[in-house]
Design a binder for this molecule. Structure first.
Ligand code: ZN
Length: 146
């Protein structure tokens, strides 16, 4: 990818009271997800109630930024023309270490991607805002499990 992603003219998110903590954290280079104080499960996307136990006691916490690639797609024809200068680029389903899956921009690099690749949060300026993208962990750079 040769384009500076921050110069893209892409549509921004629709920020609501529910999702504002996510976007505020993203702007600071963090990935915040909800956690349920009753059942302990992590929750993403943002919701008013826990999808596991229906509790309303959801609190925001920073995620570890670790995950793995569950699925991915190389985008050649973006759904929004603002992304065209960056095409082809990769989006993927990232299973976070905390459990939830999120769709994210993947900074693929030159090495081919594979399902199961370990990923690391890589906050990236795209279209004038910082988004929680992910990048593959280079072989040999994996951290020891805790
Ligand atoms: Zn719960």
């Amino acid at each position: 990818m040769l384009v500076d992603l921050n110069t893209l003219k892409t549509a921004g998110p629709t920020i609501t009271a529910l999702t504002r903590p996510f976007w505020d954290a993203a702007a600071e280079g963090r990935l915040a997800i909800q956690h349920c104080e009753d059942c302990g499960k992590a929750v993403f996307y943002p919701r008013p109630i826990c999808p596991n136990c229906w509790s309303r006691r959801l609190v925001w916490k920073d995620a570890s930024g670790r995950g793995w690639l569950k699925s991915f797609s190389e985008i050649h024809k973006p759904g929004h023309p603002g992304w065209l200068p960056a095409a082809p680029y990769v989006v993927g389903l990232v299973e976070l270490a905390e459990g939830p899956t999120m769709l994210s921009f993947i900074l693929a690099g030159t090495r081919p991607l594979h399902i199961g690749d370990m990923l690391r949060l890589a906050p990236t300026a795209i279209g004038g805002r910082v988004l929680p993208a992910f990048k593959p962990v280079e072989p040999g750079a994996e951290e020891k499990p805790k």
